[in-house]
Design a protein. Structure first.
Length: 552
């Protein structure tokens, strides 16, 4: 008998196996006549496309989502069980392995409360051990503490740990798994994207007694969609699949997760994770100087763990200011977990914690745009010069947009999945539209900006771009190109790009270009646009709206 069959509750083994592949929609084809599930055949009465297809049940284990999660975590789809958040995976593991009143789980306090909560619901014993005084996991002490526990089925390790942020070394995780061959180590990697630790997902796909939990809630901004997963061997996935409810994941959540995991979204997720990590370190530094804070622990999560002097007084102050944090007195009496938020949120929290952190509100924005022809995601930060990371699928156009950002002096991340097999037209135009939307959003109310920009002739080719961030779209393009294409880039698209940008940015853009060489002329247009934008978006100090009308 396999290890997992030995460890599982007999009630689970008595349930019929679930044939996930046989239930997948793709095994029936897209035109299948669905008269099998007592669904209502008519579309839900919800405006727009939000609820498309919601009159049908979702797939029990949506194949596309399993594939996307598997690709994201570097394992095979058969190793993934998609669950309603990692929380649900914790519950299902406990229900699969722990018999009422007999079996036990171990937790290392202080840690995430859900492990003990679900164990108690299931009537499993909870063996509590302590992390060290500095909240590190001591594998030797742990193994000694559970040495006599023959019925220890699941050992929960949280790395990085919630609420302390401490890592657990991969070597310690594997040592526990080796030393306890009849215990399944459940490694909760809910925050691993924010840490420097390697994931053990691929190891879990190979090892009978290691399961890794991942979630889209934290790093991918999908907490409300409730999508997470357990990663283990194919046998483990099939086993816990028997304990799942029939249709655990709502269609709307599945769709949101798939859209969010599209390749064009990847660079922006990476930027955001990097920003949260940088903010975490910056805020940790500032809080070290707070008169209310005794110590600051910056681990590998999207949060800080503080030890504060007077938690009751601070709680009252934070409540009065409408700021929600988690107090964690089970870790230390003054324990407080502070999530890293937006600039404005962080500033509010810092002020409440007695740290004056001036600085102007950020001018960052993202735009996502999906059509049948293209899927695009853009992020801009008007007050940072990096990163610049542009992948439109049209190399020459990447180079042009890179010139705009470089000469504009702002950060630009843009990725597009477009129908290049047709031609570059849709990708080029739609990228300009989405870029304009992001710029417009980042400018916000346009207070304090220069508003006007202009650029002078450059190189042997002369390009002049005049811009007014007036809020009113208008574009004029004077110039011709001799060649039809530069690489895969059609020269006729340049005028299109400027028009699309003017429309979605809400700007008047006048372009004039002349010269000999089409490559130079095109490049000069984009560089001049960058220079013009640089002046128009520049903060001039003060808060004035650069308009006598009082509105832009
Ligand atoms: C937030 C969190 C989870 C739960 O994530 P969901 O996928 O939203 O259920 C799991 N483990 C830890 C340690 C967490 O902090």
């Amino acid at each position: 008998m396999s290890l997992l069959a030995r460890l599982a509750r007999p009630e689970i083994l008595a349930l019929p196996p679930v044939d996930i592949a046989a239930q997948a929609n793709e095994s029936f084809g897209p035109d299948a006549i669905k008269l099998d599930a007592n669904e209502n055949p008519y579309a839900p009465l919800v405006e727009g496309s939000l609820a498309d297809g919601v009159n049908r049940y979702p797939e029990p284990q949506p194949m596309a989502l399993r594939r996307a999660l598997a690709a994201l975590y570097g394992v095979a789809p058969d190793n993934v069980v998609a669950t309603r958040g990692a929380d649900d995976a914790i519950d299902i593991l406990i229900r699969t392995f722990c018999r009422l009143g007999i079996d036990a789980v171990s937790i290392c306090q202080p840690t995430f409360s859900a492990y003990a909560q679900f164990a108690r619901l299931q009537g499993a014993r909870v063996i509590e051990t302590r992390l060290t005084d500095s909240f590190d996991f001591d594998a030797d002490a742990f193994l000694a503490a559970v040495a006599g526990e023959a019925e220890l089925k699941l050992a929960f390790l949280c790395a990085p740990n919630n609420p302390t942020g401490n890592p657990v070394a991969a070597s310690d995780v594997l040592r526990v798994a080796d030393a306890r061959p009849d215990t399944i180590v459940v490694l909760d990697e809910a925050y691993i994207e924010f840490s420097e630790q390697p994931s053990l997902a691929a190891e879990a796909a190979r090892r009978d007694n290691l399961v890794v939990l991942r979630t889209l809630s934290k790093a991918y901004g999908l907490a409300g969609a409730r999508i997470g997963c357990a990663i283990g061997t194919g046998e483990l996935a099939a086993l816990i699949g028997r304990a799942l409810p029939p249709y655990p994941l709502p269609s709307l959540s599945i769709r949101a997760a798939l859209a969010s995991l599209a390749p064009s979204r990847r660079p922006i997720h990476e930027d955001r994770i990097a920003r949260i990590k940088a903010d975490r370190e910056r805020i940790a530094g500032l809080l070290a100087g707070s008169p209310l804070v005794r110590s600051v622990r910056s681990g590998g999560g999207n949060f800080l763990f503080l030890d504060v002097d007077d938690p009751a007084a601070l709680a009252a102050k934070l409540t009065a200011r409408g700021i929600r944090v988690r107090f964690r007195p089970n870790a230390v009496p003054g324990g407080l977990r502070l999530t890293i938020g937006t600039d404005a949120e962080n500033q509010a929290a810092l002020a409440a914690l007695g740290v004056a952190a001036g600085g102007r509100p950020s001018r960052r924005a993202t735009a996502a745009r999906d059509t049948k022809e293209t899927r695009i995601a853009v992020a801009v930060d008007l007050d940072a010069a990096a990163p610049r990371n542009i992948a439109t699928g049209v190399p020459f156009y990447d180079h042009m947009l890179d010139q705009v950002a470089a000469h504009g002096g702002f950060a630009l991340t843009l990725a597009c999945e477009g129908d290049l097999e047709i031609d570059a037209h849709h990708s080029i135009e739609d990228c300009a539209i989405a870029f304009g939307q992001a710029l417009r959003a980042a400018l916000g109310d346009r207070r304090g900006i220069g508003r006007f920009g202009f650029a002078l002739p450059m190189d042997e080719a002369e390009a002049q771009v005049l811009i007014d961030l007036s809020g009113r779209p208008f574009s004029r393009f004077e110039g011709d190109f001799a060649a039809s294409h530069i690489g895969a880039y059609p020269t006729e698209m340049t005028a299109h790009v400027f028009r699309s940008l003017a429309d979605t940015l809400g700007a008047a853009i006048h372009v004039k270009v002349s010269g000999e060489n089409d490559h130079h002329k095109t490049e000069a247009c984009f560089k001049a646009l960058g220079r013009a934008l640089r002046q128009a978006i520049a903060r001039e100090g003060g808060d004035a709206l650069p308009s006598t009308k009082g509105v832009l």
